[in-house]
Design a protein around this ligand. Sequence first.
Ligand SMILES: Cc1ncc(COP(=O)(O)O)c(C=O)c1O
Length: 436
Amino acid sequence: MNSENRLLDWYRAVVDYYRRLTPRSAALFVRGGGVLPGGDTRYSITTRPHPTYFERGEGPYVWDVDGNRRLDLNNNSTALVHGHAHPEIVAALRAQAGSGTAWGGHNPTEVDWAGIICERVPSIERVRFANSGTEANMHMLKVARAYTGRDLVLKLDGAYHGTYDGFEFATEGDGGVSPSTGGVPANLSENVVLGAWGDTEGVARLIRERAGRLAAVILTPFRSAGGFSHPPEGFLETLRAVTADEGVLLLFDEVISLRLAMGGAQDRYGVTPDMTALGKLVGGGLPVGAFGGRADIMAVTDPLGDMKVALAGTFNANPMTAAAGVAALRLLTPEVYGWIDHLGGLLRAGLSGAVRDRGLPLRVEGGGSLLSVACEPGVVRPEVMMTGLSLALGNRGVFGFPFLSTSSAMEERHVEQMLDVAAAVLDDLASSMRVH
Ligand SMILES: Cc1ncc(COP(=O)(O)O)c(C=O)c1O
């Protein structure tokens, strides 16, 4: 039997076991398929043969509807930096819910929340709230356009900034720019310039060439699409210098990378952009987005001043998210950053070693509390290997592969649990790939 067939055999066995463990999830998926397209409302988390339906989370664990407990290393796509149902966040939410969940007026907690963000994130002198990272990036770009009076934006190929059509573009085969998803008008590509991650000279040249029409350059300073990694030496510094020279705004999407330091990747790398988008962890587990920057730039959103961009939102800075956000940020001290980074380091070292020892074609990357696993180029049936690994780890009680993050609810024994499970799963995979 050749190695591809053996891989498929391994995958089928993993899927069979998953089906046996998750009959209630399977039934929900069938019901869901009658009312949600493909039973789905968030394509990035769905999986074959059916997704897992969870009903409870506590600390570092989640329980699915079939009663299976899993160590959660997904943490809702990195957002739950304190794990599930942290008592202080729950208390803040209970107190707020008892006083009402939202009203068409300001609330005091939003001022505290904004104050914490402005104090921590170097580029943010003024901040505004939204309800998702997508919205934060969308508003940030509008503000950059209104402030500069220019339309073009330079983004990096493959970078994900949420599901806003201003950013949903990728490189065509001939080097042109085309929508990366349906529903995005092709003519919007006229406003988009694509650069490549780490191509310092190439991106600097594009900025200089388009400077007169370029409003902004946006990037995730810590690479997050396709695999987590630190930027190459000098990349951010050069982009900072060239954009400043050319009067182009530098925008950091720190929706994920606020995990790297109190002030985000900009704090960690010492490169301050003009504006920053946040999301995920700043909401303490509730839906959130936020963006901010220099006071003179953010002034274009000031409804009592010279407002150029009118930004509303029924649930912006709603008291529930604000309460959870304040509680989560207050819990996120330098010591806590140190702890989640320590656990992340143990996890990366352990997993890299496990992959290396077995000679598997997998790449383990990341930094701080973040870690990603991807197939090396040239792997036959990479989707089978990645889905199989995710299900196989889940079958043995670990959820979240291949984008993993640690949380303050975790202890070293949880990392050890993950590494024990990973060793068993990788042994199975390695033996399935050996040609007998
Ligand atoms: C870097 C980055 N920006 C923006 C977003 C979009 O955030 P949201 O899903 O809250 O719209 C994400 C989501 O994964 C992200 O990873």
